[in-house]
Design a protein. Sequence first.
Lengths: 130, 130
Amino acid sequence: MKIGELAKLTGVSVRSLRYYESQGLISPVRLANGYREYSPLAAETVETIQLYLNLGLTTEQIAGFLHCVLKNKEAFCAEVMPLYESKLEEIERQLHQLTQIKLNLEERMASIRREREGSGAEFQAKSGEE
Amino acid sequence: MKIGELAKLTGVSVRSLRYYESQGLISPVRLANGYREYSPLAAETVETIQLYLNLGLTTEQIAGFLHCVLKNKEAFCAEVMPLYESKLEEIERQLHQLTQIKLNLEERMASIRREREGSGAEFQAKSGEE
DNA sequence: ATAGACCCTGACACTGGTGTTAAGGTCAAC
DNA sequence: GTTGACCTTAACACCAGTGTCAGGGTCTAT
């Protein structure tokens, strides 16, 4: 099938399909006129790529084990587990940081609300403006 | 004081101080030779900018209320609260998404571990490689 | 007057997948 | 033989703050 068909079939843009190819994730053959010709299996490959992208892996990382997971079960691809582990650590760091910022924000918001109630001005937040 | 001194004093790079100026956050006067001359109050301004950047606000957003918060308490600056509210919503969306990915990752990791234990191969994760 | 520390502006790089456009080739149907 | 849908490559834009370099000016102490 041609790139437009694959795009419709998978819901992934033509642009992205070409990008995946440039990153070594998928290698359609070329017809005499230069058009890409995808095997019917390509749809599954693209969906697999999307799955890993949605887990937050990069195309470079996916390129490292895509061959393997397309042929075997994940459990047999040694590269996957370390990636999952480091990704999990990264996500936990991000969760921690976001949670800190959230607490900080909530504290400041609470503080503002306290000050506004404390003063006689009932939420007339115009006073101090220069 | 000159920009290098302010950088040392605040721990913010010279590059960043110039960037803040380009974004309208701080406006040092210029000496006859073109050098920036910062008032002693600039250190406090820079620290305030850092505080808001660490909350995840952009320089553009900070520019909208920095004048006010340098003169008054936050509670008197009407622009602040809506920004905090929308930032909080954004962070909650991100937390939700990250949590989903984390659950997904953990589920897949558990699944891999189950499959490996299920087979006779004791963590010899080489088998399936092509 | 010269070394060395400091200042200036301007510009590219980075992260990374995707949108978008430009300029042009191919093909099927009419 | 021309229209229109589809394909090709190449390139810039995005987010947004920071690092870094190039090319050049200023000031101080020796």
